[in-house]
Write a protein that binds this ligand. Structure first.
Ligand code: HXC
Length: 288
């Protein structure tokens, strides 16, 4: 059974918004990224998701394809973003099968709770490698296609008329608000996400002149996601939700809607930004 649209997309977006567009997503079998891709597919895109686990990635790809009859969603497993040649192989396959790449979501991330004393050198490095090096690899492998897509979707600079072909040439990096304040037992993740943010900000400046936009989406504590389930005991979840400034945890739909905004014409002049979708949770650290 397809997941009901209301679980991953608000009712405000136009059907066909991303018709003929292709999204490439790392970490695409995870709860947050799969909702982002599902929303884009529902609105007309085809997609390629990659992940480490073959079975899970292929299964989630099939599930996402149910969001729109006739869509093509490729799931490529056994891809570790730390390995550039394997990731590049997945990008090449995506381009060969789907014709190009218009949007990228760099979502693969590592996370677990550990104090600085508990963290081995390899544990710290693993998260840095997955988050920073993996995001860089994703950028490096896809930027030629994003640049090509941006060239095909340029706004007319004299009339400021958006391209009739829609949008393209956009990348979103998934971050976390952990380094804004610092949170105990998350030193490895905070350090990694600070690097991811720096990467995105530089991409915005260096590739702005060719029309590529680069932004960060920073989810806060999200209900029913592996990330939060790893960090918070399920018995504590209701109490944490109640303490949030908005009185609830985020949903994957909140992140999917933010993604649609940034990839749509509504987000055309937004680049080099961090869109924090956390209900102001990070401003109240005692809420977590
Ligand atoms: C201490 C740990 C550990 C733990 C792994 N390690 N788990 N150390 N506590 N709980 C150490 C291992 O002992 C090892 O070090 C090193 O990390 C590498 O582990 P490996 O098992 O070899 O696996 P590897 O393939 O390198 O990947 C490790 C991993 C990854 C980083 C743990 O599998 C992972 O994080 N998966 C979770 C993915 C996930 O949930 N992502 C969602 C993130 S969402 P040694 O020294 O023994 O070799 C998110 C948002 C949160 O982050 C926002 C909240 C507001």
């Amino acid at each position: 059974m397809p997941i009901p649209k209301s679980e991953y997309l608000s009712d405000v977006w136009k059907d066909g918004l991303f018709k003929n567009k292709v999204v490439f997503c790392t970490g695409g079998a995870g709860s947050v990224c799969s909702a982002q891709v599902r929303a884009l597919v529902h609105l007309g895109a085809d997609a390629c998701i990659v992940g480490r686990n073959i079975e899970k990635t292929e299964l989630v790809a099939k599930d996402i394809a149910m969001a729109r009859p006739g869509s093509i969603v490729i799931g490529i497993g056994a891809i570790d973003v730390r390995n550039f040649s394997s990731l590049k192989g997945a990008v090449d396959r995506c381009v060969k099968q789907l014709g190009g790449i218009d949007f990228v979501i760099a979502g693969a991330a590592g996370n677990f709770l550990a104090s600085i004393n508990q963290l081995s050198v390899n544990a710290f490095k693993s998260v840095i490698d997955i988050d920073i090096i993996g995001s860089y690899h994703t950028l490096k492998a896809t930027i030629p296609y994003l640049t090509e897509s941006a060239a095909n979707h340029r706004t007319n600079l004299e009339t400021l008329t958006p391209s009739p072909r829609g949008t393209g040439g956009r990348i979103i990096f998934i971050s976390a608000p952990i380094h804004f304040t610092g949170i105990p037992f998350q030193t490895h993740v905070a350090t990694a996400k600070a690097g991811v943010d720096a990467l995105s900000n530089n991409v915005a400046l260096e590739f702005g002149p060719v029309g590529v936009t680069s932004n960060i989406i920073t989810p806060g504590p999200m209900a029913n996601t592996e990330g939060v389930e790893r960090l918070v005991r399920s018995s504590e979840m209701a109490d944490i939700a109640r303490k949030q400034p908005l009185g609830r945890l985020g949903s994957v739909r909140d992140i999917a809607d933010a993604t649609v905004y940034l990839f749509s014409n509504a987000g055309s002049y937004v680049t080099g930004q961090t869109l924090v979708v956390d209900g102001a949770s990070w401003r109240m650290p005692q809420a977590i």
